[in-house]
Design a protein around this ligand. Structure first.
Ligand code: SF4
Length: 358
């Protein structure tokens, strides 16, 4: 694609804005170490900067190099990741750290194609690492970049379609400042996050508004166009916290589902909403706990929104005469429960309950 006046204006103004008006701060900004860039990009894949900031610092402190991370245990790393969500990122992070330790002697690969081969690294993350760490001219393209381009060029190709990804990727490569690909990529990321935001973009302060099609057509809200509406699935998870002799029953989730490698209490998933009374009277509850239990506490309903699912449920804390250990579960002493990685849904409960308090 050739660079026309509109493209030249976009790149020049964006770079100028970046140099003089971009005050967005992030701990990994201007970082050249590919390990740290990779770590920050993996954290940011599904997380806002403000939330990811502390996690990034904690990871760098605990694991200053990729070899430190590769040598850590799964449990330690999952514990540090706890609360960030999208745990497949953590799984891939560990896999890739160990892969680089074994196959590249701990030295991060420096070619774009080799970076793209790493588990958990897609074209966006590979372009970010390649351009920031190695000055390779690859443009980052994600939902933020496509939103900016769709508005500026007045392009109604759906950004979640195959065609859209192709069109906007080609356009992004044309716009890239090949003499400073890292700076350009950082600029467009920051611009999408702070000026051309998803909601209420700051068009009055925008350095490229003079040539922005959506702005001139007074149609900013019409961009970007999306093909699919996200339908969320509701799930009802009911947890039994079976306490016996200062210990509780837990298991590590290893099925192909959300929250892999995190811990949970005895789970009964139901296909529809249940009241606590109906749950305690249900045959699934009775089958697990029998008659030998005392109900200590029933939590209010908890809810957590995930990208494709809405999780609802509550927790029933019981004390039993004998330990209850269904297949796949085991017993852990209460004093070590706080060191296990749990999903946010369960942690929200644990933080409010007396269970872990001495
Ligand atoms: S004028 Fe508004 S819509 Fe257009 S690029 Fe600037 S911030 Fe985005």
């Amino acid at each position: 694609m050739r660079k026309g006046k509109k493209e030249v204006f976009f790149t020049a103004e964006l770079m100028h804005w970046n140099q003089h008006q971009n005050f967005r701060e992030m701990p990994w900004k201007a970082e050249k170490d590919p390990y740290k860039i990779w770590l920050s990009e993996i954290i940011l894949q599904q997380t806002r900067v403000e939330q990811g900031w502390n996690y990034y610092n904690a990871f760098i402190e605990a694991y200053p190099t990729i070899l430190h991370l590769a040598a850590a245990t799964d449990k330690e790393v999952y514990k540090l990741w706890e609360g960030l969500g999208y745990y497949s990122r953590c799984k891939n992070l560990l896999f890739t750290a160990r892969y680089i330790a074994t196959n590249y002697k701990g030295i991060f690969p420096s070619a774009y194609d080799a970076i793209l081969q790493l588990k958990g690294v897609g074209p966006y993350t590979a372009a970010a690492i390649a351009s920031f760490a190695f000055n390779i001219p690859k443009a980052v393209v994600d939902g933020n970049v496509m939103r900016v381009l769709s508005r500026y060029f007045g392009n109604k190709t759906a950004i979640d379609s195959t065609e859209g990804k192709k069109v906007f990727t080609a356009q992004a490569e044309t716009l890239l400042d090949t003499s400073s690909p890292g700076k350009y990529n950082q600029a467009i990321m920051d611009f999408g996050a702070t000026i051309c935001k998803p909601k209420s973009p700051l068009c009055e302060q925008c350095p490229i508004s003079a040539r922005c099609t959506a702005y001139h057509e007074n149609a900013v809200a019409d961009y970007p166009v999306k093909e699919k509406k996200l339908l969320k699935k509701n799930r009802w998870l009911y947890y039994i916290i079976a306490e016996h002799d200062d210990a509780v029953t837990v298991r590590m989730r290893n099925q192909k589902d959300i929250w892999q490698n995190l811990y949970e209490f005895i789970l009964i998933e139901n296909s529809s909403r249940l009241t606590p009374d109906a749950f305690i009277a249900s045959s699934s509850f009775k089958k697990i706990v029998g008659k030998q239990c005392r109900v200590i506490d029933i939590s209010p309903e908890y809810k957590q929104l995930l990208t494709h699912q809405v999780i609802h449920g509550f927790f029933v804390h019981i004390k039993t005469k004998n330990a209850i250990v269904p297949e796949g579960y085991h017993i852990e002493k209460l004093k070590i429960i706080a060191s296990l990685p749990f999903p946010k849904f369960i942690n929200n409960y644990l933080q409010k309950t007396m269970l872990l308090k001495p």
